[in-house]
Write a protein that binds this ligand. Structure first.
Ligand code: G3P
Ligand code: CA
Length: 372
């Protein structure tokens, strides 16, 4: 074995096994997991430019060259895995007109055949008239199978899948269902496959799937079912996650804007933050997904959990940091300077430009190429 290989293998085993990674080593740490560094994670697809979690959004993210298609996983009443962020269907579909009596029901109270009758695109045209397209009307909710088909369909670029178990307590056994589906579709191939060095994108390599969750119990189940697949523990400050310093609730705070309230939340102590990182590592996670406080606020602005000391501590434990959800260059700059290793974004086209990996064609052209 050449001396250089021995040295680098030793360094990686130190990074992965014993922790103590320094900023300069994080490239090697990500490479060891088969994860691009920094990573472009298309949040619900290219969801600034097309309706979230639909074919238009995922095809655009893929063709732009995003590393990962991000999705929130749920399970229909008849057991089909599909992508949807919210607990119910009101915000992003026409459930209120198709199923008026059941409009407030959780999505898992519907069969896949029922979910497939819904229009998951027209809401976007109403919400964002400046980005509306007639072809978005009538877009469907997608099954995991359909998203896998999309991820595999571009011969020039194959993104990976970045899958969140959303409200997993509502879906007992979803971690096992997910394993079986990924296995059936050939997405759990052994790490270190000869495709890992492919230029075709992360979807060909050993970091092709990343699993993410806010829930400790789901992280443990994902680790049990798929120990070989990289996992990220999502973090925020509030109930079920990091304990806040202040006990004052939003209702008591007098704040009008919920996200302005979240933006002021901070961990109870340094020790409280660190114990979540330690827990993630102990459970086999390869990194964390902390929230960001955005420069211009908005409904994706939360507590600033990517302060340099936080990222340094996480790196020192041998873990990566993928921050959610950042869309503007001013914030790309800020979180990268703070030391993150990848970004969940609704604007994959902008993040790719920021990383000097611009897409070969415009958003408009790529949407047209896909018939939108
Ligand atoms: O999964 C990371 C990020 O997506 C978490 O926020 O609410 O958009 O799923 P959310
Ligand atoms: Ca998510």
């Amino acid at each position: 074995m050449p001396a250089t290989f021995t040295k680098s293998a030793l360094m990686l085993s130190l990074l992965l096994g014993l922790g103590q990674a320094h900023a300069a080593d994080v490239d090697a740490l990500a490479a060891a997991h088969g994860i691009p560094h920094p990573a472009v994670i298309a949040h619900r697809g290219a969801s600034f430019d097309a309706p979230e979690s639909t074919a238009a959004s995922y095809k655009l993210a893929r063709d732009l060259g995003a590393d990962y298609l991000e999705m929130d996983l749920q399970r229909s009443k008849d057991g089909v895995l599909f992508a949807l962020h919210d607990n119910n269907l009101q915000r992003t579909t026409d459930v209120a007109s198709k199923f008026p009596d059941r409009k407030d029901s959780p999505a898992n109270a519907f069969t896949m055949a029922e979910l497939k009758t819904l229009d998951a695109g027209s809401w976007y045209n109403k919400a964002y008239p400046d980005r509306a397209r007639a072809s978005y009307a009538g877009l469907k909710i997608l099954t995991l199978d359909e998203i896998i088909d999309i991820a595999q369909a571009n011969a020039q670029h194959k993104p990976g899948l970045y899958i969140e178990t959303k409200e997993p307590q509502l879906f007992p056994g979803i971690e096992k269902d997910l394993k079986e589906k990924l296995q059936d579709r050939g997405w759990l191939s052994p790490a270190g496959s000869k495709l890992a060095k492919s230029e075709l994108g992360v979807g060909q390599g050993k970091g092709k799937v990343i699993l993410q969750t806010f829930e400790k119990n789901s992280l443990e189940l994902l680790q049990k079912e798929m120990p070989q697949v990289p996992k990220i523990l999502l973090l925020w400050v509030g109930e079920g996650s990091i304990e806040p310093k202040s006990k004052v609730t939003f209702a008591e705070s007098g704040e009008k804007d919920k996200n302005a309230f979240y933006g002021k939340q901070e961990p109870k102590s340094e020790a409280e933050f660190k114990q979540w990182i330690d827990y993630a590592k102990a459970q086999g996670a390869i990194g964390t997904g902390p929230s960001a406080k955005l420069s211009h606020g908005g409904d994706q602005s939360y507590s600033d959990l990517v302060q340099p000391w936080m990222n340094k501590y996480t790196h020192d434990q041998g873990l990566l940091v993928h921050v959610y959800t950042v869309d503007e260059p001013v914030d790309f700059e800020k979180v990268m300077a703070a030391g993150v290793d990848g970004i969940f974004t609704n604007r994959a086209s902008e993040l790719l430009k920021f990383y000097k990996r611009p897409a070969a064609a415009s958003v408009d052209q790529l949407l047209k190429n896909n018939g939108y």
